[in-house]
Design a protein around this ligand. Structure first.
Ligand code: ADP
Ligand code: MG
Length: 251
């Protein structure tokens, strides 16, 4: 496990704790027995088959889904206040013909001034400073619907980082992104994690990138099946059973 970026171990005032989490929807138990401790500055990947409950788990952490159990997030200076969570949802669809630009999206999501007035000089500078965090200043006037998968993820990431959160949650940010873009996006998340010392919780199906980037991996299949380092989880019997693999672990 990598050292904690804030140094000196993890005091209780600096982590996300999930204890005995379960979710029941319409009488069906979707999730049970999820226990997890995400330290500040860590990247944690949630994996599992389709329909395993990964997005449901993220929604519970986001407070968008009722649950039983305990979810506590605390950070320095946040005592008694709610943690700030940045969220990048799973592949939102935008119409290529839609005349909404990246700047318009920022105005709609983060400004009280109606987007049809356009961005003032000051607002444009602010949007550029947000896009700069994801090396995306060149995207400011592009139409949202024409962005590549990787560019769209960077724009959504820039939005999720404004204002800077304590924890960043991303639901399958790598789907719809080509291999080169995936590595670029993971490098960027790693850079952001280090620069701002924030925790990242993300779901993914791209296991090959986990050993390089993730501190912990949680395998979910309606319950928490396995938790550990990427190497531990990807080489576990539980992983092979869940993904119906014959020996050998993840490729
Ligand atoms: P994953 O993200 O791992 O693919 P989800 O968390 O989206 O899985 O869904 C897990 C299960 O919960 C699925 O069987 C899904 O149909 C069910 N589910 C999720 N949300 C709802 C809902 N609002 N109503 C009914 N079933 C739901
Ligand atoms: Mg999902």
């Amino acid at each position: 496990m990598r050292p904690f970026l804030h140094g000196g171990g993890c005091a209780d005032a600096c982590c996300l704790r999930v204890q005995n989490l379960s979710v029941t929807i319409g009488g069906s138990q979707i999730l049970s027995d999820v226990n997890l401790h995400v330290h500040c500055g860590q990247m944690v990947a949630v994996i599992g088959p389709n329909g395993a409950g990964k997005s449901t788990f993220l929604k519970a952490v986001l407070g968008q889904q009722d649950y039983d159990g305990v979810i506590v997030f605390s950070a320095p200076g946040q005592r008694g206040r709610k943690a700030k969570i940045g969220y990048v949802p799973q592949s939102p669809a935008f119409d290529p013909g839609d005349p909404v630009s990246v700047a318009d999206l920022f105005l709609c999501c983060r400004s009280k001034r109606p987007a049809f007035f356009g961005a003032s000089k000051k607002q444009r500078e602010w949007i550029l400073s947000c896009l700069d965090r994801v090396h995306g200043c060149d995207l400011i006037d592009k139409r949202i619907g024409t962005l590549s998968g990787g560019e769209l993820q960077r724009v959504l990431l820039a939005l999720a980082l404004e204002p800077l959160p304590n924890i960043l949650i991303l639901d399958e940010p790598l789907s719809g992104v080509d291999m080169e873009g995936q590595t670029g996006l993971m490098d960027m998340l790693d850079e952001i994690r280090k620069e701002y010392d924030l925790s990242i919780l993300m779901t993914t199906h791209d296991f090959s990138l986990l050993p390089r980037y993730a501190d912990q991996v949680v395998l979910i299949n309606h319950k928490m099946v396995c938790l550990g380092t990427p190497e531990e989880v990807l080489s576990s019997d539980a992983f092979r059973q869940v993904f119906h693999m014959q020996g050998g672990g993840a490729k």
